[in-house]
Design a protein around this ligand. Structure first.
Ligand code: MRU
Length: 376
């Protein structure tokens, strides 16, 4: 059945515009983002020249995805420092712009610590230290992405019979969330390059369509064999035996191995278990949060009901963009709109990081992984 749904794709390689970069004067100082709310129609940049603009970009999902939010947070601190603003206040505003992805606060704290450590040398030096830290995190994330892809593909090859994988993914986990090629999507890209990707099934990812707008865009650019489906079609796809493995990312992994990721991930894990299909979570070690003990302790972001009751609500049509949203529910309808859900560790076959995989997913396994990452 899969090949009957083969998607024509345009190829053309990587996305041309970096998902994030530092803008020097005269364009800056600015954190320059690829405005993801405008994809797939156009690759347009959004220059955030102050912290409130950056916070708006984070909240509106112009920039999104856990690893990239970490990098954004670090650049945001550098921006405040370079502009001579109150860096403590800026750090707090950026770190709390969205609650679930642990990387955001981590990136902020890392640049903030560098700023404070260099403070004795003067304001300009401290700002330069924060910027250098943000650039270092950016580069490290690119390297982590490359290594996750290698570990993830090796694990797929080990777990799956045959060597032509049909992978199902959810939300967007590619170059648009990373300094490199991403997390779960980087694994699929590696499989594609190795000639081992038979099909990438892409969940559209309601309500903000990160799968349709972003993952399909990336897959097309890479010339991957991909097929888009509405989230609710995943069940019938499993039932038809068309999915060999699920590969997704994570926004926060609690100490017990519970995984918060885009809403809709947990039902996929349940389906995968029922159908005896491996469920792989691919994330950098910076997404593991030993300070969050379990899934129930993860704060799940609740977003505006309008994102559900209107199709492509204004806030996802571009930060300053035109609004042509359409109501899909009667006026006054209340909506339940959690941005994430939590998958318990027992449903996760493996967590793949740049330091290797943890399988089975246990607290001890994660502790050991984090210790290994600190030794390198
Ligand atoms: O609300 P978003 O688009 O920021 O959600 C992003 C996700 O859920 C991704 O799957 C997650 O950040 C993993 S990317 C490594």
């Amino acid at each position: 059945m899969a090949d009957q749904y083969a998607q024509s794709h345009e190829g053309g390689g990587r996305i041309r515009t970096p998902s994030i970069r530092w803008g020097e004067p005269p364009e800056g100082p600015a954190v320059v983002l690829l405005d993801q709310t405008r994809l797939p129609s156009e690759e347009a940049e959004l220059a955030c020249k102050d912290v409130p603009a950056l916070v708006r970009a984070i909240r509106s999902l112009a920039v999104r995805g856990a690893p990239l939010l970490g990098i954004t947070g670090a650049y945001g601190v550098a921006l405040a420092a370079v502009r001579g603003e109150d860096v403590d206040e800026a750090a707090e505003a950026i770190a709390t712009a969205r609650p679930t992805a642990v990387n955001l606060g981590r990136g902020v704290r890392r640049a903030h610590a560098a700023y404070r450590a260099a403070g004795g040398a003067g304001q300009a030096e401290a700002a330069a230290a924060a910027l250098a830290e943000a650039k270092a995190l950016h580069a490290e994330d690119a390297e982590a992405s490359r290594r996750m892809a290698g570990h993830g593909l090796a694990l797929l090859d080990e777990l799956l019979p045959g060597n032509r994988h049909r992978l199902l993914t959810h939300c967007n986990t590619g170059a648009l969330v990373s300094g490199g090629e991403g997390t779960a999507l980087a694994v699929a890209i590696a499989a594609h390059r190795a000639g081992r990707l038979r099909r990438l099934w892409v969940d559209e990812t309601r309500p903000l369509l990160q799968g349709a707008r972003l993952t399909a865009y990336e897959a097309a650019r890479h010339g991957m064999p991909y097929t888009l489906l509405v989230d609710n079609a995943a069940g019938s796809l499993f039932a038809a035996g068309e999915v060999d493995a699920v590969v997704i990312g994570a926004d926060r992994i609690a100490a017990d191995g519970s995984v918060a990721n885009k809403v809709g991930s947990y039902p996929l894990a349940v389906l995968a278990r029922y159908h005896h299909v491996p469920f792989l979570v691919v994330a950098p070690v910076t997404t593991v949060d030993p300070d969050t003990p379990d899934g129930a302790s993860i704060e799940v972001e609740q977003r505006a009901g309008q994102e559900v009751t209107e199709f492509m609500a204004p806030r996802v049509r571009g930060v300053g963009g035109v609004s042509e949203s359409r109501s899909v529910a009667p006026a006054g309808t209340q909506a339940y709109n959690p941005a994430f859900d939590v998958t318990p560790p027992e449903l996760v076959t493996a967590i793949v990081t740049e330091y290797g995989a943890v399988s089975p997913v246990t607290t001890d396994g994660l502790v050991e992984l984090c210790a290994r990452s600190r030794q390198v």
